[in-house]
Design a protein around this ligand. Structure first.
Ligand code: MD6
Ligand code: FE
Length: 225
């Protein structure tokens, strides 16, 4: 048996600097966490994100109940998600600019399609990508994603920057929740029988991410129409 230190460097699986092997966790019958799935896309993803945000800056929306959300939101793709006094809805127009939402960058689409396919949802073609920014302290209360018409399609969720504790509940608000820590590059896909499960995000803790600074960014891809 080879002793530690004499193992050839090319096969040193346990070295500190060995990149994490891809791994996946199943959190529901049709729900998966793919660890680090977005990392191979990151060099293209970040400039594409910058470009989208230049065209459609983040804003803190006000819910129909008059509450200003702690999470700032933008969108790209055919439809964006907006709230106003009449409720939540998808709209082809960004109300802040009066213009259509920025097109979904090719690398966004590629990532979403690959992740959906890895979870067993082949042929997913999202028409909406919501972009959420969490600064430390921001959270998202338990909710269902149910404003889409295409509920037969999954949601693909990409986490970047600071880590967060994701809460994954059941079909009823009162159901117990699993706690799923999400890190830079992790992708969650859920659909099918899990599509309407309640979920949320606990307040993001203070911190500084080497690439994204003091924030967590989350993209969620859906088929809205
Ligand atoms: C977030 N995500 O992770 C909030 N929704 O910032 C969501 O609300 C979400 O991650 C549907 C599917 C996956 C998600
Ligand atoms: Fe959601």
């Amino acid at each position: 048996m080879q002793r530690k230190g004499t193992t050839p460097a090319t096969f040193d699986l346990f070295a500190e600097d060995t990149p994490q092997l891809p791994s996946q966790e199943q959190i529901g019958p049709e729900s998966f966490v793919f660890r680090g799935f977005a990392l191979p896309f990151i060099e293209q993803l970040l400039p594409a994100l910058e470009s989208v945000l230049t065209q459609a800056p983040f804003r803190n929306m006000v819910t129909p109940g008059g509450y200003t959300m702690s999470v700032a939101l933008s969108s790209c793709g055919e439809f964006g998600w907006i709230t106003d006094r009449s409720g939540y809805k998808y709209s082809p127009i960004n109300p802040l600019t009066g213009q259509p939402w920025p097109a979904m960058p090719g690398v966004f689409m590629e990532l979403a399609v690959a992740a959906a396919s890895a979870a067993g949802f082949a042929a997913f073609v999202p028409d909406a990508c919501l972009i959420n920014r969490y600064i430390p302290g921001a959270k998202m209360s338990l909710h269902q994603d149910k404003d889409e018409r295409g509920l037969e399609w999954p949601v693909v969720s990409v986490s970047l920057g600071l880590p967060a504790m994701f809460l994954f509940g059941g079909d009823e608000r009162r159901d117990p929740t699993q706690r799923v820590p999400l890190f830079h590059g992790d992708v969650v896909v859920w659909g099918g029988v899990d599509r309407l499960r309640f979920h949320g995000v606990m307040p993001v803790r203070q911190g500084e991410h080497p690439q994204l600074g003091e924030q967590r960014i989350n993209f969620t891809f859906r088929k809205a129409r």
